[in-house]
Design a protein around this ligand. Structure first.
Ligand SMILES: C[S@@+](CC[C@H](N)C(=O)[O-])C[C@H]1O[C@@H](n2cnc3c(N)ncnc32)[C@H](O)[C@@H]1O
Length: 243
């Protein structure tokens, strides 16, 4: 099956890109907190924050790397995304040195052999759920291979609830969070725009979330240590491990 037929991101779908980039702080639960936690993890894990090779998988418009860059500028950043439109947005945002942009799908990245690729920190946000369970396993293996010893991988992503009933509850938590955020920040232009979000997410074949427990298990079996979940709220989780 050609992934491009299912995954609208890889086709540069304008509606998808417009909707996402204009509302990610409203539709992704505790988005800003998660980005802050990512920076906290880097701070804790790497005593010397210089000359690190940092890979952002599915970087989108580069907003997360730009946040990390402001805090830790003395590092080499690599941004990979299968959508050329999203990567162009990242290039506009990050028109600075020590940054490399790679227009490649995860599927092609998995297949590519790169002897000189060595990363200290690999992260991804809200992108890997577009791969099914088996492709996730291949991607996590590839990440493990390209991490240096003591390097770390963190994935911020939506995960599959353990049962239908649990999913209903977690979707309700998601809708409540979105509505609270709109009210708390008086985002009148966002009112009513996201009412069908959990339903749309669930029915879209390009979303292939896997259970958190399965992904933690997968990472452990691959050889990651200190595998853990560092944040979870509704279907949104942040997890990873160290090589
Ligand atoms: C929801 S956006 C997240 C962007 C960014 N990481 C963020 O948190 O704002 C998902 C990103 O993953 C990319 N993506 C989705 N499926 C992909 C695939 N199979 N290969 C490479 N990139 C992919 C999309 O092009 C898009 O930029």
């Amino acid at each position: 099956m050609d992934e491009r037929k299912i995954n609208t991101w890889l086709n540069n779908d304008e509606n998808q890109i417009g909707y996402y980039t204009s509302s990610y702080d409203v539709i992704l639960i505790e988005r800003k907190r998660c980005i802050k936690l990512l920076a906290d993890i880097i701070s804790y894990h790497f005593p010397i924050k210089e000359n690190l090779n940092i890979l952002d998988l599915g970087c989108g418009d580069g907003i997360i790397t730009s946040y990390l860059y402001k805090q830790f500028p003395q590092n080499n950043y690599f941004l990979l995304d299968g959508s050329s439109e999203m990567l162009d947005k990242a290039k506009e945002r990050l028109n600075i040195g020590n940054i490399s942009f790679i227009n490649q799908s995860f599927e092609d990245y998995i297949k590519q052999i790169c002897k000189e690729c060595e990363y200290d920190f690999v992260f991804s946000s809200n992108a890997i759920h577009h791969l099914d369970y088996f492709k996730k396993n291949e991607l996590y293996n590839k990440i493990f291979k390209e991490l240096k010893y003591d390097g770390m991988f963190i994935n911020i992503d939506v995960v599959l609830p353990n049962s239908n009933e649990s999913e209903k509850l977690q979707f309700k938590m998601w809708s409540n969070w979105v509505n609270e955020t709109i009210t708390n920040y008086n985002l009148t232009e966002q009112i009513g725009k996201h009412d069908e979000l959990p339903k749309r997410y669930k029915s879209s074949p390009e979303n292939k979330p896997s259970k958190l427990v399965d992904q933690l298990d997968m990472l452990q079996k691959i050889g990651f240590r200190d595998v853990d979940c560092f944040f979870k709220y509704s279907i949104f989780a942040m997890f990873g491990g160290v090589k």
